[in-house]
Design a protein around this ligand. Structure first.
Ligand SMILES: [Zn+2]
Length: 127
């Protein structure tokens, strides 16, 4: 359970919770050898009802408000779409994006079982 991969995942979640989302996506991008996506507060019109989305054309992760920059589930779900986008085309499903985010949160829980509560509540609010 205490593998270095889990430690990496736990650290990413911690960075997001500690209000360092840019550092978190930089570390993720480095880890997976992809460009660093942009991070923006404010949703495009098309997704105005969602808390987070990823726009492949601009390589931008959008979140609804400042608060959502501290939600590991939202950031990691959208980062998965960035990771799975090739030539401006979305690959990978919502289900996989949820699973990707959950794996990070589960890793985090191994190390911080009693100290933090991480919400899964945004599951159906991201796109
Ligand atoms: Zn999604």
């Amino acid at each position: 359970m205490f593998t270095s991969e889990n430690l990496f995942k736990a650290k990413i979640v911690q960075l997001i919770l500690m209000k360092e989302p840019i550092e978190a996506i930089e570390a993720l991008s480095h880890h997976y050898c992809v460009d660093v996506p942009h991070l923006k507060v404010g949703m495009p019109k098309k997704y105005s009802k969602k808390v987070g989305c990823y726009v492949a054309k601009t390589k931008t992760i959008h979140v609804m408000n400042q608060e959502k920059l501290e939600e590991p589930f939202v950031i990691l779900h959208e980062f998965y779409h960035h990771l799975r986008t090739r030539d401006g085309e979305h690959r990978g499903t919502e289900k996989h994006a949820d699973k990707f985010a959950e794996e990070f949160i589960e890793a985090f829980k191994i190390y911080h079982r009693y100290s933090f509560y991480v919400s899964y509540n945004y599951k159906n609010q991201t796109t």
